[in-house]
Design a protein around this ligand. Structure first.
Ligand code: ADP
Ligand code: MG
Length: 240
């Protein structure tokens, strides 16, 4: 579904991605782990062009998104993103947060979007929060709204950038449960995470990044159980 070839990204002189080659299959759940500053967020942000790659090609569903003239709006509809800090609209209710984009883009009528929002809120366990404002929600609830909002666009691919890192520990489980359900329902997902237990349980594959490279990529049993590269071994010995 996604083919990434020779992806490079510079910020000024700072080379952050140094030639990444990865393919992600439809329905695959891939976790990305690695030390802070290794380029994980930049990698994810290049996949939906929140960052413009300096060099290389990204093909999604057979269409190059890095070719000149590629349609970014279409891409953004296909690719949902969930951030560490939720990024909800503070002056909109939960339901409005979810319905805003699909209605604005003409994908649904307001009535359709409203009923879809209620279905999604049920899916993430927040049916009773439709009329609430983000400020009245806990971090875990905000993040589940953010996931529902991304799903309202009916994406084919979901990107998660440390979705539980800003949460109090008791909130983490509810968010991971929602993500696990999504994975089991067949959603294609790329998840930057520090939750090693979750990465082990839910991923089809785990990618270890360091210094702008993919150092190692393998099924979780292998990557966690028998890491091949010294840098992977060193990282895992610190976090496990
Ligand atoms: P990670 O998510 O693995 O912690 P990032 O992709 O956020 O790593 O960052 C990798 C490097 O890129 C860091 O050195 C960071 O300072 C730099 N960087 C990230 N985003 C920007 C930006 N928008 N402008 C300049 N430098 C950036
Ligand atoms: Mg990051």
């Amino acid at each position: 579904m996604i083919k990434i070839s020779n992806l490079h990204k510079y910020f000024g002189d700072n080379q952050v991605l140094k030639g990444i080659d990865e393919s992600i299959a439809r329905g695959e759940v891939v976790s990305v782990i690695g030390p802070s500053g290794s380029g994980k967020s930049t990698f994810l942000r290049c996949i939906n062009l929140l960052e413009q790659p300096t060099q290389g090609e990204i093909v999604i569903d057979g269409q190059s998104i890095t070719a000149p003239g590629a349609c970014i709006d279409k891409l953004r509809q296909k690719v949902g993103m969930v951030f560490q800090n939720f990024n909800l609209f503070p002056h909109k209710t939960v339901q409005q947060n979810i319905t805003l984009a699909p209605v604005k883009l003409g994908l649904m009528s307001q009535a359709e979007a409203d009923s879809e929002a209620m279905r999604l809120l049920e899916q993430v366990g927040l049916s009773d929060k439709a009329s609430a404002y983000p400020a009245s929600l806990s971090g875990g609830q905000k993040q589940r709204v953010a996931i529902a909002r991304a799903l309202a666009m009916k994406p084919e691919l979901m990107l998660f950038d440390e979705p539980t890192s800003a949460l109090d520990p008791e909130m983490v489980g509810d968010v991971l449960d929602v993500m696990k359900q999504l994975a089991q329902a067949g959603m294609t997902m790329v998840i930057v995470t520090h939750e090693m237990g979750f990465a082990k349980d839910v991923s089809d594959r785990v990618i270890f990044m360091d210094g702008g490279y993919v150092v190692e990529s393998n099924v979780p049993e292998q990557l966690f159980g028998q890491p091949q590269e010294p840098r992977t071994q060193a990282f895992l010995s610190k976090v496990l």
